[in-house]
Design a binder for this molecule. Structure first.
Ligand code: APR
Length: 252
């Protein structure tokens, strides 16, 4: 593994455009379950019944049962070594953008500023009827949270059946088509369109470094370096190796 970590560090040091695509796996060590792993959220809640925009419109109070479970966990979660390590890489100039599928805001709390959120962010709520927005913190004591117009509020996260924010889509595709290195961290890469990012990067000759507890369908097809293990341990090891080799800030 040390040799693979060294090769990955070298690739990042020699890259003038490095991206990270992250999924729920990067936040598991912060106490947030992933979706498809053992004990994942979808083993408790059927996404068709709880995570589609149709389900929310049909029965928002039912969907808020899942949302409240998640909110209790996410609001207590803190960034882990992986989030913090990526924040350090950005500060050192070795990581340029994160494209995340997560809605937990932990990349931002871990120090990253250039974060493209594919599935929105659970920090704010919106009223589908009158458009008014609220901070999730301001409504945490209400269940389900209601707008002053009386309707039940929806978190500003992308449900199945809703579009990815257009600016997130266009910016991420543009970046992926010119990236030199793509880190793929903690995602099963099963959900489109986020899972097209590795393909776009690879087609444009990027090096793909995958960090995951398990192999995915990318591992034998797109991944150049597979670093198997927990995101916190592996990201920390890569950052330490970059510091050891690269020293200070990246000027490319
Ligand atoms: N370190 C590294 N990888 C991990 C860890 C960990 N500690 N724990 C789990 N993983 C890996 C799993 O092996 C799996 O490959 O993270 C991945 C999590 O996959 P999913 O649960 O499918 O989550 P994700 O890929 O983010 O799902 C994408 O699907 O349901 C939708 O909107 C939801 O954004 C989500 C999207």
């Amino acid at each position: 593994m040390d040799k693979l970590i060294a090769r990955a560090a070298e690739m990042v040091i020699n890259s003038n455009l490095t991206l990270a695509l992250t999924g729920a796996g990067i936040s598991v060590e912060s106490g947030i379950p992933d979706f498809r792993g053992a004990g994942g959220l979808w083993s408790k809640y059927d996404p068709a019944e709880y995570a589609s925009i149709e389900a929310f419109r049909a029965d928002p109070e039912k969907v808020w049962q899942m949302l409240r479970d998640m909110d209790e966990i996410v609001s207590a979660a803190k960034p882990n070594k992986a989030h913090i390590g990526l924040g350090e890489l950005e500060k050192m100039g070795y990581l340029h953008y994160i494209i995340t599928q997560n809605v937990d805001n932990l990349h931002q709390e871990g120090g990253s500023r250039n974060v493209i959120e594919y599935h929105g962010n659970s920090n704010t709520l919106s009223c589908l009827w009158c458009g008014k927005k609220y901070k999730s913190d301001a409504k945490r004591s209400e269940f389900p949270p209601r707008c002053e117009c009386g309707k039940i509020l929806k978190p500003d996260v992308v449900f199945f059946g809703e579009p990815i924010p257009p600016e997130a889509l266009s910016r991420s595709f543009q970046l992926a088509s010119s990236a030199k290195v793509l880190l793929v961290i903690g995602t099963s890469a099963l959900v489109s369109p986020a899972n097209t990012i590795p393909t776009i990067a690879k087609q444009n000759h990027a090096k793909v470094i995958e960090i995951n507890m398990e192999r995915t369908h990318l591992t034998n097809s797109i991944t150049d370096i597979f670093l198997q293990g927990s995101a916190g341990e592996i990201v920390e090891a890569v950052v330490q190796e970059i510091k050891r080799r690269g020293g200070g800030n990246h000027l490319m």
